[in-house]
Design a protein around this ligand. Structure first.
Ligand SMILES: [Zn+2]
Length: 126
């Protein structure tokens, strides 16, 4: 996985921390990920530190696995300075309890892990 992908993943995880972690754990995790984003944007190698950290936090490890395909080679390179570029088409559970970002189009869209419903493309005509 290259470092540009790592920076984007770290930024995405930061944005989702409030939904991934207990309130008391968010600030500490945000500080770690913010540091990784900063260093990555300065050109430092951040993939190993990011993955090492994420692997130690089960909720982050699971979400990172959903955001990045197993081969780790695909990635999106947004223009510098754009903070909120969608990583990939978003799919949501019709019951509103799950979302999935489809980074790798070769990988089938999963069903909702909570209730097994088929995910639908966000923004598609209802
Ligand atoms: Zn669901």
């Amino acid at each position: 996985m290259d470092d540009a992908v790592s920076v984007e993943l770290a930024q995405r995880l930061r944005e989702e921390l409030p939904t991934l972690l207990d309130a008391g754990a968010v600030a500490g995790a945000d500080a770690v990920l913010a540091d990784i984003v900063e260093r990555g944007r300065r050109g430092e190698r951040v993939t190993v530190p990011l993955l090492t950290y994420v692997r130690g936090v089960p909720a982050l490890r699971q979400r990172a696995g959903e955001l990045v395909p197993a081969d780790g080679q695909r990635g999106v390179h947004p223009p510098p300075g754009v903070a909120r570029v969608p990583l990939a088409p978003r799919y949501v559970c019709p019951n509103g309890d799950y979302e999935y970002f489809r980074i790798d189009v070769a990988r089938p869209v999963p069903t909702c892990p909570h209730d097994g419903a088929d995910l639908v493309a966000d923004g598609a005509a209802a």
